[in-house]
Design a binder for this molecule. Structure first.
Ligand code: HEM
Ligand code: HEM
Length: 192
């Protein structure tokens, strides 16, 4: 074993809230990223309200997860890890968690500011701002803020993809090469 290895580790299953929130949010974030890129590229307008609805539902879950992390702290490594490995894992986890908060917030700011509004499956949370001069069109409420939030939404979308590739590569490295319990304990199992 590496002499720098830190011995504080624990391969017990992660808590039920950690596992449930992780997998629900993982599925939602991967799906929303794919749908977001697709609908923006191909102007698939029918997907916009679905993307916004599911995206808005992410926010309370992401807030619950952030609160749970503040209460519980980050899980200790599943097997001996160096200080550098632990720092890298924490940095990627922290940024992923930040994306789950920043993506819905930038999406709301962007759609709200552009005058398009948003809601959750028919329940309007922010009304569109109809243009009295041009039927069927909307007037921006705050063009500059909306454009800034759109850039943030788009840039964070690409950051999320890069982080996710690192994150999944890390999970697979632990499972296939280190053969430790990192992935299994997120699935509710412990020793392999
Ligand atoms: C919560 C997680 C979310 C994720 C991961 C996500 C991800 C994305 C991605 C990757 C894009 C493509 C960006 C581009 O190609 O420039 C996109 C576009 C978009 N998102 Fe989201 N989004 C989320 C939530 C939301 C929410 C809550 C709203 C609004 C209330 C929203 C509104 C939009 C809109 C309107 C577009 C189209 C942008 C365009 O036409 O240029 N998103 N989203
Ligand atoms: C197929 C995709 C994914 C796999 C296989 C996966 C796997 C894992 C595993 C094994 C852990 C535990 C790491 C440890 O023990 O230190 C973990 C933690 C974590 N993952 Fe993922 N993950 C995936 C997708 C995602 C996505 C899309 C996000 C965020 C948007 C995410 C965010 C996190 C965060 C924040 C943690 C830290 C613990 C927590 O707060 O839940 N993961 N992931």
């Amino acid at each position: 074993m590496n002499p720098q290895a830190i011995h504080e580790h624990n391969s017990a299953p992660l808590s039920a809230p950690t596992r449930a929130l992780h997998w629900i949010l993982a599925l939602a974030m991967i799906g929303l990223t794919a749908v977001g890129l697709y609908m923006a590229e191909f102007e698939a307008w029918a997907l916009y309200p679905i993307h916004k609805s599911i995206g808005l539902l992410v926010l309370p879950l992401a807030l619950a997860r952030a609160a749970w992390r503040l209460k519980e702290g980050w899980p200790p490594a599943a097997s001996p890890a160096t200080a550098l490995q632990q720092t890298l894992a924490k940095a990627v986890h922290g940024l992923l968690l930040l994306c789950t908060l920043a993506m819905p917030i930038s999406g709301m700011t962007f759609s709200g500011g552009s005058g398009h509004g948003f809601g959750i499956f028919g329940l309007t949370l922010m009304h569109h701002n109809a243009d009295p001069q041009r039927p069927g069109e909307v007037l921006p409420l705050h063009e500059g803020l909306s454009q800034l939030a759109q850039s943030v939404h788009s840039a964070l979308g690409y950051l999320l993809i890069a982080l996710l590739l690192l994150h999944v590569a890390g999970a697979l490295k632990h499972h296939l090469l280190d053969r430790d319990a990192t992935l299994l304990r997120m699935l509710g199992r412990s020793e392999r």
